[in-house]
Design a protein around this ligand. Structure first.
Ligand SMILES: Nc1ncnc2c1ncn2[C@@H]1O[C@H](COP(=O)(O)OP(=O)(O)O)[C@@H](O)[C@H]1O
Ligand SMILES: [Mg+2]
Length: 221
């Protein structure tokens, strides 16, 4: 379960202070597909970075289960990120010098869960419709295929929280739909919490719940 408790993030701009997130409170239960929705500049990426433990809030807390990320050391936050979170980025971020299979198993290698890592990677490649492509390098794949690899990779270490920042932003409509279906379906099947950042109302409508940010505050609807 992910719980955001009065999260505030300000940035200094010369002598002024700019409030980018203002008291964001929310709770996402396991198995929930949530959209973090808002216009450009509303604070979505800032909030995602706080949830991922890549940035620390000016005030407030991020709870993942019974762990308060905001009180952990940098090192412990890295471990939580590695062991309990999965990520999908807009630009896929596959490693070009690794094969597709090696990219998918990377989170397992980083978490030192190498037993059966190839089996898990191939099962996930199967699930995203890319069985048989494990030995290829990412540059042989289309954009939609690369993002499906990234979806497989994000789920490799069975993370309780999957974070995706505009995951379909670089895809055409058909591939965007397919990637989102896979991401939402796999997350749900495995009981993961999925948080998808988007400015696309069509994606927000498909989510179980919408965190709608306007100028750094959550609003209803
Ligand atoms: N490190 C920073 N320093 C100052 N302002 C920032 C910083 N990061 C983000 N901002 C500002 O916070 C606002 C929200 O940014 P962001 O979270 O990236 O929005 P979104 O992802 O919704 O487009 C923007 O106005 C941006 O300029
Ligand atoms: Mg952003």
């Amino acid at each position: 379960m992910l719980r955001l408790d009065r999260l505030t993030r300000t940035f200094r701009e010369g002598d002024a202070t700019r409030t980018v997130l203002d008291g964001v409170t929310a709770r996402l239960d396991p198995g929930t597909f949530a959209a973090l929705y808002g216009r450009s500049g509303s604070g979505k990426s800032t909030l995602l970075n706080l949830i991922a433990g890549l940035d620390t809030p000016t005030a407030g807390h991020v709870w993942l289960g019974d762990i308060d990320l905001t009180t952990l050391s940098e090192r412990d936050r890295t471990l939580v990120r590695r062991n309990r979170m999965g990520f999908v980025f807009q630009s896929f971020n596959l490693i070009p010098t690794l094969t597709v299979r090696e990219n998918v198993r990377l989170p397992l290698d980083l978490a030192r869960q190498t037993d059966e890592a190839d089996v898990r990677a191939d099962a996930l490649l199967d699930a995203v419709g890319l069985s048989g492509r494990g030995d290829a390098f990412p540059d042989r794949l289309s954009g939609g295929e690369q993002q499906r690899v990234a979806v497989a990779r994000a789920l490799a270490n069975r993370p309780e929280l999957v974070l995706a920042d505009e995951p379909t932003g670089n895809l055409d409509e058909v591939n965007a739909d397919r990637v989102l279906d896979l991401l939402a379906g796999l997350a749900k099947d495995e009981g993961r919490t999925l948080l998808v950042v988007t400015h696309d109302p069509g994606i927000a409508r498909r989510a179980d719940t919408v965190l709608h940010l306007v100028d750094g505050r959550l609003v209803d609807g």
